[in-house]
Write a protein that binds this ligand. Structure first.
Ligand code: GRF
Length: 228
């Protein structure tokens, strides 16, 4: 019937995701890589950086992913003004979900609530342990035997919010923050694509400030240290 056709892709349209970065972009790269799979339910529609010189931007361009820069510096302490520019870029690219991946800016409460349930973050510790800066140094000083990474929904409090997926690694004798960071990063690259997929598939519900994941465990490859 003329005029009544539905684009066949509509029913299975991939969620349009923006990855927000400030630096290297290795988690961004892992999301781009995962999203290449035909059956992955999200596409990386935008990589956005607040730093024009973020190395991750070049990686995104090489992968043919649209990029944008919203420099925070002209806005000084006016976070709302920065966020208006950010929101504009997100609207322009029809972004439905945000993945923060090493994005080093704090948001206003208003911005976070606007994206409630639609903004994820990755932090390189087993939250709620060691939020904030220098998580690997914090882990080493605490003497934990296991560390790891967490993907969570973003709420107004920093490095908090319902946990979607966690992966763990051993902390080894002689570790420095750098060696531990490198080990944790391998886990980050596995759990972020997994967590995004679960969210986009509608398999994660937020209940009483926690995430309930249906359809099985939220991450595989668990490792317990020390071993008996
Ligand atoms: C990662 O360790 C991430 O967990 C943290 O910042 C780092 C970003 O690394 N939030 P990359 O830019 O993804 O390589």
């Amino acid at each position: 019937m003329p005029g009544a056709s539905t684009w066949p892709g509509d029913a299975m349209a991939k969620k349009r995701v923006a990855v927000l970065i400030s630096g290297r972009g290795s988690n961004m790269a892992s999301l781009i890589e995962a999203a290449k799979a035909p059956d992955y339910p999200a596409e990386i529609a935008l990589v956005l950086s607040n730093r024009p010189d973020a190395p991750g931007l070049e990686l995104a361009r090489k992968a043919d992913v649209p990029t944008a820069v919203v420099d925070h510096r002209p806005h000084g302490k006016d976070r709302a003004a920065f966020e208006r520019m950010l929101q504009h870029a997100l609207d322009e690219h029809r972004v439905e979900l945000i993945c923060l991946a090493g994005f080093m800016r704090l948001f206003t409460r208003e911005f976070v609530l606007r994206w409630h349930g639609r903004m994820l973050n990755i932090h390189p510790s087993l939250l709620p342990s060691f939020p904030g800066l220098d998580p690997h140094g914090q882990a080493l000083r605490a003497g934990v035997k296991i560390s790891g990474a967490t993907v969570h929904f973003v709420i107004p409090e920093t490095d908090a919010g319902p946990i979607i997926a966690q992966g763990e690694v051993p902390v080894l004798a002689g570790d420095t923050p750098d060696t531990l960071a490198a080990r944790v990063l391998t886990v980050e690259h596995r759990i972020y694509p997994l967590a995004l997929k679960l969210v986009v598939q509608g398999r994660v519900q937020m209940v009483d400030g926690r995430s309930i994941v249906d359809g099985g465990p939220a991450s595989d490859g668990f490792l317990m240290m020390p071993r008996d």
